[in-house]
Design a protein around this ligand. Structure first.
Ligand code: COI
Length: 349
């Protein structure tokens, strides 16, 4: 499908160093926006970052038709800018949109929008080793109607923000056995706003108990590990990389997928399968070395320091020679262009 993107640029804001600010606090200078009506995308444009005008009866404000993505751009060693795994993110966006009865965004429009936006705001991509530009494509239902229905009008937008470490220290988590994030057949595999809103209450409760995050378990047995907070949950148990298999209630994380591929290439045994918290207890109690971490675009590899299971706190291995740090390093080397990108994961701007 043909599309053109008009660009209105302005220069009155300068690059802000957001290193000391909370993640995602300051957007870059520009944003992308396109409007969907009558079955097609119209008026694709890049404008200065600005507020929206939305009817109070826009359907997204009532019935939750909102879907988003999270991706990153990096400055490579040779100075070029790379957007990591743009195809995989587009594919996941498409699947999420389908699950929420929202219209797909043509791949070329998605790529061209990100290309033009990141190019225009390229001064905002941090050059530091732990820095990147977080890119947030998202869609909302804008049709004006109080009645419950699938919207026929939408906005697709992209905003960006410089990003550094999402978590600054290893996390203390608790295995959540009362509340669930998602059930099989639900929307767990979709990156829709409601999944995050629904997680706030149990996460907030866990934080009041002194934890940083929860380790979600499945809705049926409350024993099988699913995700950790806003990340996929991954473990090294006795040197093997173990992670819950995708089940429909777990997000198909791009970082998770990349780490699995890299680990296999490096000769690490990877097991994607069901993982009961009882197996973790047995591993801890038999003295096995257990590493645990969250994997996500924003968090990259977020080490977990302790896991509390049914009131007992177990300590994970987080020393400097832990396997998870090697995995993180290998991923970084690809993104930074230090080693060849044999999978075509880097989209060069
Ligand atoms: C991401 O890692 O991109 C996420 O979506 C997690 C969070 C920032 C919502």
């Amino acid at each position: 499908m043909e599309h053109t993107i008009s660009i209105t640029s302005h220069t009155d804001r300068t690059v802000t160093d957001t290193r000391s600010l909370p993640f995602g606090k300051i957007p870059t200078e520009h944003m992308f926006i396109a409007e969907y009506s009558n079955g097609k995308w119209n008026d694709a444009r890049i404008t200065p970052f600005q507020n929206l005008t939305l009817s109070p009866i826009a359907l997204c404000l009532h019935y939750g038709q909102t879907v988003f993505e999270g991706m990153k751009a990096f400055v490579m060693e040779d100075g070029r800018i790379n957007v990591f795994r743009i195809d995989k993110h587009h594919l996941r966006f498409t699947k999420s949109l389908e699950r929420m009865c929202m219209p797909p965004v043509p791949k070329q429009l998605f790529i061209d929008a990100i290309h033009n936006l990141v190019k225009l705001d390229s001064d905002w991509v941090p050059k530091d080793e732990d820095g990147s530009l977080y890119i947030r494509p998202f869609m909302i239902a804008t049709e004006e109607r109080i009645g419950v229905k699938i919207a026929e009008e939408y906005l697709f937008m992209i905003v960006c923000s410089p990003a550094f470490k999402y978590y600054t220290k290893p996390l203390n988590v608790k295995v959540e056995t009362e509340y669930v994030r998602a059930a099989e057949g639900g929307t767990g595999m979709a990156k829709c706003g409601g999944n995050y809103g629904g997680a706030f209450y149990p996460t907030n409760k866990a934080q009041q108990e002194g934890f940083d995050q929860v380790l979600w378990t499945d809705a049926k047995t409350h024993e099988l590990i699913e995700e950790s907070g806003t990340m996929n949950a991954m473990f090294f148990i006795d040197g093997k990389l173990v992670t819950p298999a995708l089940s429909g209630s777990i997000l198909d994380g791009v970082t998770r997928d990349s780490l699995i591929i890299i680990a296999r290439e490096k000769g690490i045994v990877v097991e994607e399968r069901q993982l009961s918290y009882k197996e973790l207890v047995a591993a801890f109690e038999s003295g096995k070395q257990v590493e645990a971490f969250g994997a996500g675009t924003a968090a990259v590899v977020a080490p977990i320091a302790t896991i509390t299971i049914e009131g007992t706190k177990y300590t994970c291995y987080t020393e400097d020679d832990a396997n998870m740090y090697r995995l993180r390093e290998w991923l970084l080397e690809i993104r930074k262009g230090i080693v060849p990108d044999t999978h075509n994961w880097n989209y060069i701007i």
